[in-house]
Ligand binder design. Structure first.
Ligand code: HEM
Length: 219
C-alpha cells in the first residue's frame, strides 16, 4: 500500500530567495534578449528602459546571490549541495537515463527524496553548476560591463570589452536554457504540481510504495 510522508525541505528564506531570484532572472532574460536581438527602431522593450531594468535587476541579483551563498555555507540546506564524487558518474547516468527514457516507460525515479538527499544526481550537478559557476560568471562580467574602465582593453589582439560581453551573453544563454529545462523538470515530480507546491509551501510529499526500488545517493 502507498504511504506518504511530508518533509520540510524548503525553509522560508530559501523560498523567498528562490521567488525573488526567479523574477529577477525573468526580467534579466527579457531585457537581455531585447538589447541583444531586437531592432533598435522596433525594440521589444525600449532600449533605455531595457538598460535601466537590466542594470537594477543585475545589481539586485548579485545581492540575492550572496544571500543564497551565505545560506548554503551557514545553514542546514548546505548539506544538499555537497557533491561526493564516489559513484557519481554511475548515479548521474542512471538518473539521466530515467529522464530520457525510463520516465516515458512509466518507470520509477531511481533516487528518492529524503532528509539527507533532496536532489537527485542530475539536479545536484545542474544546481551546483548554475548557482556556483554560471550565475557568478554572469554577474562578474555584468559588473565589469557596468564599469568598463575595469576591463583590460586588449586581450591577445581582441577587445576585452567584446570578450567580456561575449562571455556574459553565453552565460545568460546557459541560464535561459537551464530555466526552460528547469520548468519542464519541475512538472515531472510525483504529480505535475507537486514540486511547485514544495517551493511555495516548503514541504516535499514523498510517496513510498511496496515495490519501491529507488535508492539513496552513496554516502
Ligand atoms: C519561473 C521560474 C521558476 C520556477 C517556476 C521554478 C520552480 C522551482 C521549483 C518548483 C523548485 C523545487 C524543485 C526542486 O527542488 O528541484 C525549484 C528549485 C530550485 N530552483 Fe527554480 N524555478 C524558477 C526559476 C529558477 C531560476 C531562474 C533559477 C536559477 C537560475 C532557479 C534555481 C533553483 C534552485 C537552485 C532550486 C533548488 C533550491 C533548493 O532547494 O536549494 N529556479 N525551482
Amino acid at each position: 500500500m502507498a504511504k506518504s510522508k511530508k518533509l520540510y525541505l524548503y525553509p522560508l528564506w530559501l523560498r523567498i530567495w528562490h521567488h525573488v531570484n526567479a523574477i529577477l532572472m525573468i526580467f534579466l532574460i527579457a531585457t537581455g534578449i531585447s538589447m541583444q536581438y531586437s531592432d533598435p527602431a522596433y525594440p521589444l522593450i525600449r532600449f533605455d528602459i531595457a538598460v535601466t531594468v537590466h542594470n537594477i535587476a543585475g545589481v539586485s541579483l548579485t545581492v540575492s546571490y550572496f544571500i543564497f551563498l551565505l545560506g548554503v555555507l551557514f545553514t542546514s540546506i548546505g548539506r544538499f549541495y555537497v557533491v561526493k564524487t564516489e559513484g557519481l558518474l554511475t548515479s548521474f547516468s542512471k538518473q539521466l537515463r530515467y529522464y530520457l527514457f525510463g520516465i516515458f516507460k512509466g518507470e520509477q525515479s531511481p533516487f528518492k527524496v529524503s532528509e539527507k538527499q533532496k536532489f537527485n544526481p542530475v539536479q545536484l550537478i545542474t544546481y551546483n553548476l548554475i548557482m556556483h559557476a554560471i550565475i557568478p560568471v554572469t554577474f562578474i562580467t555584468g559588473w565589469a560591463l557596468l564599469f568598463p574602465e575595469t576591463i583590460v582593453l586588449n586581450v591577445f589582439g581582441y577587445s576585452g570589452i567584446m570578450l567580456t560581453s561575449l562571455v556574459h551573453s553565453i552565460a545568460g544563454f546557459f541560464i535561459s536554457i537551464f530555466l526552460l529545462i528547469h520548468l519542464y523538470v519541475i512538472t515531472i515530480g510525483s504529480s505535475t504540481t507537486a514540486n511547485l507546491k514544495s517551493i511555495i509551501y516548503g514541504y516535499h510529499e514523498e510517496h513510498d510504495t511496496d515495490d519501491d526500488q529507488s535508492e539513496e545517493i552513496k554516502e
